[in-house]
Design a protein around this ligand. Sequence first.
Ligand code: ASP
Ligand code: MG
Length: 416
Amino acid sequence: MKVFKFGGASIKNALAIKNMCQIVSDHKDSDLLVVVSAMGKTTNNLELLLKERTDEAATDKNLKALLDFHMNISSELFPANHDIFNSLIDHISDLRASLQSSADYNELYDQVVSKGELISSNIIAAYLDHCGTPSQWIDAREYVRTDNNFREGHVDWKLTEELIRHDIHSLAQNNVLVTQGFIGKAENGLTTTLGREGSDFSAAIFASCLSADSVTVWKDVPGILNADPKLVKDAVLFDELPYQEAAEMTYYGANVIHPKTIKPLANKGIPLHVKSFDHPNEPGTIIHECTLKESLPPTIIIKNDQCLISFKVIDFTFVNEDNLSLIFKKLSENNIKINIMQNSAISFSIVIDNDISKIQKLVLSLKDHFDIRYNNGLQLITLKNYQQETLNSYRTDKKILLEQISRKNYRALISP
Ligand code: ASP
Ligand code: MG
């Protein structure tokens, strides 16, 4: 059994979908589970729809844009009398209905934003069938079970594995299975999501529970490179990477693979291929258990839109374990991940992704204990496996707000 994952860019328009379905059809002789994201920028558009939900005119406009986007793609793929067009109208009416809910924001977010994957998987499964690759649409929520932590559901691995093992293998014998990335079902029966860009993780969940032979993530890059080719001219493609190295790269913010993807695969020794959907016959990168013959070239990882928050103690004491533990408790309660941290005698600084609503909650919960300052729009650069000789070229002429260096890694927070 193989698991393929296709992200938003690989299904952003009709031409891309035709290419994607060709890749699937070329592999239909193996048992195959295909995990898809929402098409193109749909998830961002659903977030916008949510943000503007109290404005009726904007809501009408946003819903129409979503419907038109999927209708236009579908009209290039299917004959005019195909059932898909009615399903699209139904999906959009469901969306309109979900927006009326007075549920808590995070809960509402998941009910609305999950629609992107439900729609895309519906179109892809129908198109595979239409092109003569028998497929079956699978509702990921019947398999991927989580707690009630909306927007970042934690997987109930035991139940999920039981459900997946129960029938996916047998279903895959007759059809290519098509399911959604990113979504699951909470204990209370509502839809949850696994965190932005979580479809890779979904593929890993299915693969791990199925003890699959491999996972392939199809991307708009040739594989994993040591730098973003849009920013660095001579970016090098890795043929292979050990799980550990790849996991660390995702931790520092390399966005080729979702950070939670590697662990479940490494635990089961399932290889992860990262390949180009434009050049499907190229080997790409394989992440697996391996010992590298040569040392790795430096990898440059850039995280934009970072927020530096400093907590200054207010009562002439020093930063100590008690006030640190209070900060960590609030970070954990608000589901905030620290990208880098540093302390001085009287202040503790963290750098996190800029998520305004989370930051506001954090600041509110700690403002009585600390003098809190924050600074947005920063860039966090990590140079993994840096070489001493070239280090300075990364540091000069930059306004560095915070810097850390270890034997293997150099990290700096930069103000543009
Ligand atoms: N569609 C979701 C997102 O854009 C999940 C994913 O693409 O992996 O975040
Ligand atoms: Mg994506």
